[in-house]
Design a protein around this ligand. Structure first.
Ligand code: ATP
Length: 312
């Protein structure tokens, strides 16, 4: 019988990190708890500075928590880090690969770091180059690859030891639409192969598309954690959402209709459009999006998630 892994790939308990600094420093992660079910894509979602990277760094042994802990693949983070590292892949937001080494040399080097037997490293590297459509770039130094290729190779390098759990920090940040789409397709394929994926993102739409469960992280705290569907249902609570599209800009507004004042809400929204001289193109009932859930649950505007470091 195949051995079965733990039901939760990651279980986080009271994880806390304060960076030292002037005065009290920064409480980057403040006693968070969440579980990542095995075999799922889990989205840790939050604006810049929320503590996502710090959380990943703690879960992968790069930063020591001040308090709290975690079980990763059934192992204790504080006690069993070497065993955890053998089964976990990490894709940092900034690549950890070497500019001077070629694509293939980077993969072989990472294979060595991750303990892949020497006689298997070359074959693994070639397999991954093929899978990531980088065969033609095998001898090109990492520094000379395009942005999308760099991200692809960085993901490939994290898979060289065939991990059961993959941490992806802002996987599509800074990528163009085509590369971002290819990476999302890869994430879905890895999930279908049984790899558990914990990704951080500040793209609500990306989390909505990819993730099974999400946790909303704001200022080091988890505001809500649920399935994407569960979060959306909390917003709707049986109410309809109406989307008003404008002909002029192609833009739209969304309003939530409560049963008791649905008519006046629609009339008021149309009145505002008319007063602003906007031409309404269509009115539709829509399902609430993760963005609607985010706005309602955090009290923040969706714009805080759009502030980009690199631009898309
Ligand atoms: P981003 O999406 O911008 O990467 P994030 O959600 O990953 O944000 P973190 O990078 O974990 O957030 O940062 C959380 C908080 O901790 C921020 O206030 C940040 O300024 C602070 N911080 C992060 N790293 C350090 C550090 N090495 N020293 C001091 N403060 C830090």
């Amino acid at each position: 019988m195949p051995t079965r892994g733990p039901v939760s790939a990651v279980e986080v308990q009271g994880l806390t990190k304060r960076y030292r600094g002037p005065e009290d420093g920064v409480l980057a992660v403040d006693g968070i708890e969440f579980c990542v079910p095995s075999g799922e894509v889990f989205g840790l979602l939050g604006p810049n500075g929320a503590g996502k990277t710090t959380t990943i760094r703690m879960l992968t042994g790069l930063t020591r928590p001040d308090s709290g802990g975690a079980r990763v693949l059934g192992l204790d983070l504080a006690r069993d880090l070497p065993a955890i590292k053998k089964q976990v892949g990490v894709v940092p937001e900034r690549s950890n690969l070497y500019n001077e080494l070629s694509a293939r040399e980077n993969l072989i080097f990472m294979g060595q770091l991750y303990g892949v037997p020497r006689d298997e490293r070359g074959e693994r590297a070639d397999e991954l180059l093929h899978r990531f459509r980088l065969d033609g770039k095998r001898d090109v130094s990492f520094g000379r690859l395009s942005k999308g290729m760099k991200r692809g190779l960085t993901v490939a390098a994290a898979l060289v030891h065939r991990p059961r759990l993959l941490f992806l920090d802002e996987p599509t940040s800074g990528l163009d639409v085509v590369n971002a789409r290819a990476l999302r397709a890869l994430i879905e394929r890895l999930r279908s192969e049984g790899v558990t994926i914990l990704l951080t993102t500040h793209y609500l739409e990306e989390a909505e598309r990819l993730a099974d469960h999400v946790a909303l992280l704001v200022k080091g705290r988890i505001i809500a954690a649920d399935t994407v569907t569960g979060l959306k249902e909390r917003v709707a609570d049986g109410d309809a959402m109406v989307e008003i599209r404008y002909a002029d800009s192609g833009g739209s507004d969304r309003v939530q209709l409560h049963r008791e004042d649905a008519t006046s809400t629609v009339v008021a929204a149309l009145g505002r459009a008319q007063a602003a001289g906007r031409e309404v193109e269509s009115i539709n009932t829509v399902q609430p999006s993760l963005e609607d859930a985010f706005i309602q649950l955090t009290g923040l505007s969706a714009e805080v998630m759009l502030v980009e470091k690199g631009g898309r």
